[in-house]
Design a protein around this ligand. Sequence first.
Ligand code: GUN
Ligand code: FE
Length: 456
Amino acid sequence: MARAALYAGTFFHAPIRGEVACLEDALVEVNADGIIAAVTLADDPNAATLKREADRRGDLVRIGAGAYVLPGFVDLHIHAPQYPQLGTALHLPLEVWLQQHTFPLEARYADLAFAGRVYEALIDDLLAQGTTTALMFATVHADATRLLVDHAVAKGMRALIGKVAMDNPDQCPDFYRDASVDAALAGTRAVIDHARAHLDNRAGLVRPVVTPRFIPSCTDALLGELGAMAKACGCHIQTHCSESDWEHGYVQTRMSRSDTESLDGFGLLTRHTILAHGTLLTTTDMDRIASRGAGVAHCPLSNVYFSNAVFPLKAALAKGLRVGLGTDIAGGPSASMFDTARMAVAASRLLDEGVDPAKDQASRGTPGVRIDWQTAFHLATAGGAAALDLPVGTFEPGRAFDAMVIDTAAKAGTVRLFDEVDDSVSILQKILFTASRTNVRQVFVQGRAVAGTARA
Ligand code: GUN
Ligand code: FE
């Protein structure tokens, strides 16, 4: 349960892309529903009184020296069942990896005992690394997907979860696909109903998502029906889009148009859609995505292994696309959004400067497309929240208190500060670039402590 509290400490957030704000010695008042009621800065004349009164009520939580509060991360793209293959088989091309490793692994989730073990471990690990919101693909199995919903609800994670729909016999093996369009729709519907009727999910922290895996896995009939279902249910939609040369080419051959145009034609490109990757999006595709208000999950670590190219993030942002970051577990070999944000900066630098030393500097890269760490921090928090239209990701009144406390002094941690040289800007940079799980002291979702040293 959330409890009313007044958190006293230093908070970092990035409400505006490209900027970071440090709320030094501030007070963040969280109500009993876990919503931020007020933010009071150190120089406010009421600050001392507020603090004294909260202390008298027993509501004051002092964050303490060397610790800083950041918004929880929003991971816009995770395959929950792929956690057991994290860090393996990354040498293969996407289409081989899917057929030889991923589909056989996902097929095992007919076994609910296995599913339960993986899903519990995954949610624990995500929360412990500061991820408070996760948009997740499950498997084709409605039962195991319901179990993922149950575990997310029980652990207090904010999650959007979909039963994967995939019915195309040309692209999906016999042992792992929906038996028919009707079977895929019934399973999707069952998970939507389960999440919405869940008695412990009355606050709606866990939401169902319509989840066509990607165009190659689905028949046209299923894609059209899922578009209609998403509209009727008012659900979010998640799918993969223009991820790799093979995938992009497959869709062009089958549909004679791009992923984006095809998804739009099936009613699957909406304000509630998150497209994973988008590495090979054209400017025309981007215009269409922007006009529909759909979001993109940029997965820079996964793209290194499976996408054949670097996502043109700067161009997407310039077009007004709503972009957040995703780990793409297990396409990306890390469950950490710290690693993902770092790679977003690094990937943009590689695109900017180019990678082939045999070329002259002048012709090596695409100058001007790098992003800075402030943008990466924004995308990992407020940007992802905005793409999902969720009121999280910053410390502002009316937003849910989804947050992590970073202990920069943790002995076993990986952040090293020195008073002589560090100021608030370098402290946040060091947290973003060098922090790890060992520095995440406590994690809150909607005011409830869900991981760390003082679990509720
Ligand atoms: N495209 C279709 N399925 C998948 C998947 O599981 N991972 C990635 N990275 N791309 C996909
Ligand atoms: Fe993916």
